[in-house]
Design a protein around this ligand. Structure first.
Ligand code: URA
Length: 204
């Protein structure tokens, strides 16, 4: 269970008027102290059932890729742009994304991530405030400003894109290996306080 707690008054106050408000909320989960956030699109059926992000087929592939790259999911905080499942697994629309934006901002402000990994175009566009093709930015480290603070963002394809055969698993793994190098570089040069994390993942 994530120890990140959201004040219930905040949730009640903000969670009205959203078209998805009747659905179960799936909060982000994982180790936020390491300050690396993975952000996906929205929960699916399994995520809603278990109340955790990325526990279905996409989550399974994410876990496999992380492990193959020598990264352990438990080291990271995982969340979504939209916290409730849109019907029929469709992409969240602009209104739903806007309704959930305050929660995401709260997560980002509280965690103050050193690195944000966006999974898929919905998350990437929402974090980078643009609508560029994933092909142009995937696997490239970019800087963005959110509420006046700068963040490093590493856009990745969504696991569901791989499940739909958008790219092969081998090609997908290349991005995870690059992600590992990026994490090691950031944490070795800029964030030495978490040196143990570097020891955990970079010396293998
Ligand atoms: N896809 C997402 O984007 N998020 C999840 O939590 C599960 C599948």
């Amino acid at each position: 269970m994530s120890k990140l707690e959201f004040p219930s008054s905040y949730i009640k106050f903000n969670c009205t008027g959203c078209p998805l408000e009747e659905n179960k909320i799936v909060w982000g989960q994982g180790n936020y102290k390491n300050k690396i956030m993975f952000i996906g699109e929205a929960p699916g059926v399994n995520e809603e059932k278990f109340g955790k992000p990325f526990v279905g087929r996409s989550g399974n592939l994410l876990n496999i890729m992380l492990e193959k790259a020598g990264l352990n999911r438990e080291l990271f905080y995982v969340t979504n742009i939209v916290k409730c499942r849109p019907p029929n697994n469709r992409q969240p629309n602009d209104e739903e994304k806007l309704c959930c934006r305050s929660f995401l901002r709260l997560e980002i402000t509280k965690i103050a991530p050193k690195l944000i990994v966006t999974l898929g175009s919905t998350a990437t566009n929402a974090i980078l405030f643009n609508r560029r093709s994933m092909k142009l930015i995937v696997g490239k480290l970019v800087k963005t400003k959110i509420d006046l603070y700068s963040y490093l963002v590493f856009p990745m394809y969504h696991p569901s894109y791989v499940l739909r055969s958008g790219i092969t698993r081998d090609d997908y793994l290349i991005f995870f290996l690059k992600l590992k190098r990026v994490i090691c570089k950031i944490y070795l040069t800029q964030y030495k306080r978490l040196r143990w994390l570097v020891n955990e993942i970079c010396k293998k």
